[in-house]
Ligand binder design. Structure first.
Ligand code: HPA
Ligand code: ZN
Length: 346
């Protein structure tokens, strides 16, 4: 609703209306508690305690990434059938679309499903089915990125990569997620080389809990196209200059970083400093069902904590489109839509 006195858009409306892309979201991290409990019942899976505990209404609280991941991996146990993955993905894209996302690049974690007996194809086809329908119904385009769990072995990642080969046409890229500390990118150099040779684009989580050196390793040894998070890169001025010079995008996630105590005080988050240093910074939701908000809420939280201007917010949206893996024609179309949106409000 426009502000009644001035007719001006509120900041939240401005944010939601910005045409943009989401480039860092784990589909399993969009599992809202209601759907988790409903799927648990539908599949006869033992429900997580939070479904039966009347005190569980309280917001999630996490001391660190590991504490979050324990709960996250417990939650995914309710996802069993193709329809479950379809329902999960359809619900996410509806929310992203309501937040102004025109394009989404989604992570999924086969290693948290296949060992439970859920076939790789069930996961991919369920997610993909919802993405195809969402593009037709909402006009939201998408890419899928398969992540390897870095706290499991590189050999396990290689097996997962082989399982993905028949789905190469629907999986745009591979990434690296899960517990970062003590699991440096270099351990996955061979897997990423084979993935690149098979035609997958590559990204990696780095510099979330791990040091700036992990960001450098992801660039030099995994040859990634983007860094997911990259918060700790801000500790190394030479690395910041390199990211800006080489136009390597960072997919940052302010609410996640706040909730996982990476930057407990969002006012200290390096997003604005990196943006001002010329880095291609984007804002994203990571695991929105757990961290208190979807795409627009992440823009809004960063705006409030770091006093971002409308021009800063527009720069984040522009970066998200530029850093996406969209074909050139659609990328240019979305950038024009963004320009029109900004011009109409200046
Ligand atoms: N960090 C690392 N791995 C993850 C995350 C995260 O925030 N969410 C799901 N897997
Ligand atoms: Zn992530």
């Amino acid at each position: 609703m426009p502000d009644e006195q001035t007719g001006a858009q509120t900041m939240d409306e401005y944010i939601r209306g910005l045409p943009k892309a989401e480039l860092h979201v784990h589909i399993e991290g969009t599992l809202e508690k209601d759907l988790m409990c409903a799927l648990g019942e539908r599949n006869g899976v033992t429900l997580p305690a939070s479904c039966t505990d009347p005190d569980a209404e309280a917001a999630y609280h996490f001391d660190d990434l590991r504490a979050f991941l324990d709960l996250y991996y417990e939650g995914v146990a309710v996802l069993v059938t193709r329809q479950d993955f379809y329902d999960l993905t359809a619900a996410y894209v509806r929310r992203a679309h309501a937040d102004g996302a025109q394009h989404v690049e989604l992570f999924f974690d086969p290693q948290s499903h296949v060992p439970r007996g859920v076939p790789f194809g069930v996961v991919v086809e369920g997610i993909r089915g919802a993405l195809v329908d969402a593009e037709r119904e909402l006009g939201v385009s998408s890419h899928l990125i398969m992540c390897f769990l870095r706290d499991q072995s590189p050999a396990g990642a290689m097996v997962t990569l082989e399982a993905a080969r028949p789905y190469r046409h629907v999986i745009a890229g591979v990434g690296l997620d899960s517990a970062e500390a003590g699991h440096p990118p270099r351990e996955f150099a061979d897997v990423f080389r084979v993935a690149r040779e098979a035609g997958f684009l590559t990204v990696a989580h780095a510099g979330e809990e791990g040091p700036a050196e992990y960001v450098t390793e992801a660039l030099d040894l995994l040859h990634v196209a983007r860094i997911d998070h990259g918060v700790r890169a801000a500790d190394d001025p030479a690395l910041v200059q390199r990211l800006a010079r080489e136009r390597i995008p960072l997919t940052m996630c302010p609410l996640s970083n706040q909730e996982l105590q990476v930057t407990p005080d969002l006012a200290q988050h390096p997003l604005k400093r990196l943006l001002d240093a010329g880095v291609v910074v984007t804002a994203n939701s990571d695991d929105p069902a757990y961290f208190g908000g979807y795409l627009a809420a992440n823009y809004a939280a960063a705006q409030r904590a770091l006093c971002l201007s409308r021009a800063d917010l527009a720069a984040l949206a522009r970066n998200s489109i530029t850093a996406s893996w969209l074909p050139q024609a659609r990328r240019v179309r979305l950038l024009h839509e963004l320009d029109r949106y900004i011009r109409a409000r200046s």
